[in-house]
Design a protein around this ligand. Structure first.
Ligand SMILES: Cc1cc2nc3c(=O)[nH]c(=O)nc-3n(C[C@H](O)[C@H](O)[C@H](O)COP(=O)(O)OP(=O)(O)OC[C@H]3O[C@@H](n4cnc5c(N)ncnc54)[C@H](O)[C@@H]3O)c2cc1C
Length: 686
């Protein structure tokens, strides 16, 4: 019976056995070409692509966009309903406010002050379209070869991506890059992330492997290496972790010794888990000079004394290279010290802020792709005489996935909008400076960590719901759900485990509060005074506003966050950092504030602009509000119980109940609305 509905196992709901699903395969045969402007790699331009000018400037360029009608991309473009394309101006959608990092916990913003994917200008949307087409036409068809680690496949694809400029956006023009804004860089990571093995290789190359050089390299080092990295002639890798020190990164044992004449360093030690280890030409390796000064070094692959170990056999991202490195009397020129001796921790940690942000963004791309597969499968698969998409519990899987994806996406583009707004305010000269870029990104360290944790856990949920939607077919290798599920797990481990990032979220905010950089303590005190008043507590939202219920929930979640943080800091003072469970619960509550506010402001912005997507955004925000309050209240209860007992605890729980009082939305109705719109559009609808 099942077979009759499904067809043979070789052709299930459009998924040919042992091949990628139909939806993964490119439909347009567009070939990516490059022009003379690309210098040594150049070929004459062919129809199909026309140049996209970096930063709107005419002249030298390396990013190419497809020369096809926008309609061709309608089914792959998430961001740009056709109605938008005529309305978008080519100028950035400022005034976006470059708010202080972490201030979302205390301050409310208006929709106009935050950046959303719908604010992308024409050029940015074209970048997204180009990348999406590359992902569909080049990456997905190569998925089987990538996963089988067929030699040279990943490197060749990276070079193709480089020819289109995708690897150059964060590299200044004088070193072979195109030096575009961080939104462009985010779009590339987002839309390229349809296959985790490739996006891991790509992400490691453009992020942790290239940015240390861009930010800390001398002019000579940049001249020497950046053009090679921009073109992917050499692929980059980053060796920080060791067998005995991953999270505890400062505890590395690899040693560097300067020769008596000061001409070279000798490195000895081993690095573990190096992404791109087997295919890289350049490694950024961390070692301690004389066992003490934590420093970074540039090590070329053919340096005598460097050997690359065997590939790891992993649970997921099997097509990406992960190898140990052995450094045995490995001599490198002293000029290959990156940055200052003893200051390598600045390099390691600053670059990780970007790594975390980009990892969150890659999870968004992966989840969008998985959700599309879920929606299409649910529409095609029949059970009990109808498509399973008509069942409420399947609809709930779709809407739950779309809700978290929407929240993560809203946070990601809001964050990068603040980074770019800050750089724009700094002026064109400062904006080009690596230090300024770094400073602006570091400002949002807490938002980057939130995105990393939220994004990776969101993808885990989506991958799980994809398997559930596909039933038995989700569980077997022939269909990509199984791979998506395995691949998702790593995101909670690298770029700082989610445990470490939760500690960072609460710790970073508490540190800012203690140093007075963020007026968190006065806000907590005000709230504590307020909650002691018997009556008349103000929910903080205007009942006449659009999405007033959701705004009220947000106000309540924010107050619960401050209340829980206040109780915990009063109870534990500076010893709070040792109360990891409490730190983690606070981090989760704080993340809910950022997620819900970002979602709400975006939904209001869409509604104010009269966009057709406003309906689904409002429904997603409604679902998120209920979820946020549920998670927040649960976590806050644990925090309070860890902080007090007896009458004191009972009083605090009563306050919590009052703060967390809210009217639930019609989650069933909202879920059906979201699922209906997803089904009509056959994709994530924003
Ligand atoms: C596929 C893959 C690719 C990787 N790529 C790279 C790369 O390119 N470059 C690189 O340098 N590294 C890379 N890594 C290493 C990765 O960053 C580390 O595995 C990660 O940081 C965790 O370190 P660990 O494995 O030593 O685990 P540990 O640090 O030993 O952690 C084990 C467990 O203890 C927890 N834990 C540790 N410390 C604390 C604490 N203070 N409080 C609470 N819990 C704690 C962790 O969260 C985790 O759950 C990669 C790893 C993998 C698997």
């Amino acid at each position: 019976m099942a077979k009759a509905v499904l067809g043979s196992k070789r052709q299930v709901c459009g998924y040919p056995q042992r091949q990628l699903p139909k939806m993964d395969m490119g439909q347009a045969g567009g070939e990516f070409e490059i022009t003379d402007e690309l210098g040594e790699q150049g070929k004459p331009p062919r129809s199909g692509y026309r140049p996209l000018y970096a930063n709107g400037r005419a002249g030298r360029t390396r990013v190419y966009m497809p020369d096809v009608a926008a309609e061709s991309f309608a089914d792959v473009m998430w961001a740009v309903p056709q109605e938008a394309s005529t309305r978008m101006s080519a100028s950035p959608a400022y005034p976006i406010v470059a708010a202080a990092g972490g201030s979302f916990l205390l301050e409310t913003r208006t929709p106009a002050e935050i950046f959303t994917p719908e604010d992308l200008n024409e050029e940015q949307r074209q970048i997204a379209a180009t990348v999406a087409q590359f992902a569909r036409d080049e990456i997905l068809p190569a998925a089987a070869a990538i996963e089988a680690k067929d030699p040279g496949v990943v490197a060749a694809l990276m070079r193709k991506a480089a020819e289109l400029g995708f690897t150059s956006v964060d590299i200044p023009e004088e070193y072979g890059g195109v030096g575009m804004d961080k939104t462009a860089s985010t779009l590339i990571t987002d839309h390229l992330s349809v296959l985790a093995s490739f996006s891991t290789a790509f992400g490691a190359h453009i992020g942790i492997a290239t940015l240390p050089l861009v930010w800390y390299g001398t002019a000579e080092q940049k001249q020497r290496y950046l053009p090679k990295l921009a073109s992917c002639e050499w692929i980059g890798a980053y060796g920080l972790s060791e067998a005995s020190s991953g999270s505890d990164a400062m505890n590395i044992r690899t040693r560097a010794t300067l020769s008596a004449d000061g001409a070279y360093y000798t490195l000895n030690g081993e690095k573990q888990w190096v992404s791109n280890g087997g295919i890289a030409g350049l490694y950024t390796v961390f070692a301690k000079i004389d066992g003490e000064k934590f420093s970074a070094f540039l090590v070329e692959r053919d340096t005598p004394g460097l050997s690359v170990g065997a590939e790891e056999h992993k649970l997921g991202i099997r097509g990406s290279s992960t190898c140990p490195l052995v450094l045995q009397d490995c001599r490198i020129p002293a000029a290959n010290l990156l940055g200052e001796a003893g200051k390598g921790h600045h390099i390691a940690f600053n670059v990780l802020n970007v790594g975390r942000f980009k990892l969150g963004v890659a999870c968004i791309g992966g989840a969008r792709h998985a959700l599309e597969a879920m929606i299409r499968y649910a529409r095609e698969r029949q059970a009990f005489g109808k498509p399973i998409a008509e069942f409420g519990m399947i609809q709930r899987k779709i809407s739950a996935s779309a809700t978290r994806l929407y929240a993560a996406e809203s946070m990601a583009y809001r964050t990068v909008g603040m980074i770019d707004a800050g750089l724009a305010q700094a002026g064109p000269e400062l904006a080009q400076s690596p230090r300024e870029t770094q400073r602006r990104i570091e400002e949002y360290a807490v938002e980057c960590s939130i995105l990393k944790v939220y994004g990776s856990e969101m993808l885990t949920l989506v991958a799980d719901e994809l398997i559930a939607t596909m039933g038995g077919y989700g569980y077997v290798e022939e269909y990509p759900a199984e791979r998506t599920y395995r691949d998702a797990r790593i995101n909670r481990i690298f770029e700082g485990t989610n445990e470490i990032n939760r500690l960072i979220i609460t710790g970073w905010l508490m540190k800012r509060a203690m140093t007075g950089q963020l007026p968190l303590l006065p806000a907590i005190k005000k709230l504590m005074d307020e909650v002691m008043q018997p009556l008349g507590f103000d929910g903080g939202a205007d009942a006449d506003e659009l999405l007033a219920r959701e705004a009220e929930v947000l106000a309540a979640v924010r107050k619960v966050a401050l209340f829980a943080a206040g109780v915990a800091s009063q109870r534990f003072m500076t010893a709070l950092q040792d109360e990891q469970e409490v730190m983690a619960d606070l981090a989760d509550i704080i993340a809910q504030v950022y997620a819900l506010e970002s979602a709400l402001l975006r939904a209001r912005k869409l509604a104010a602009a009269g966009r057709s997507s406003a309906e689904v955004a409002a429904a997603l925000t409604g679902l998120l509000a209920d979820e946020s309050m549920g998670l927040t209240e649960q976590a806050a209860r644990r925090v309070l119980a860890a902080c007090g007992a007896g009458d004191e605890l009972r009083t605090q729980l009563a306050i919590l109940r009052r703060l967390a009082r809210f009217t639930p939305g019609d989650a069933v109705g909202l879920s059906r609305t979201v699922a209906r719109i997803c089904g009509q559009m056959e994709r994530y609808p924003l």
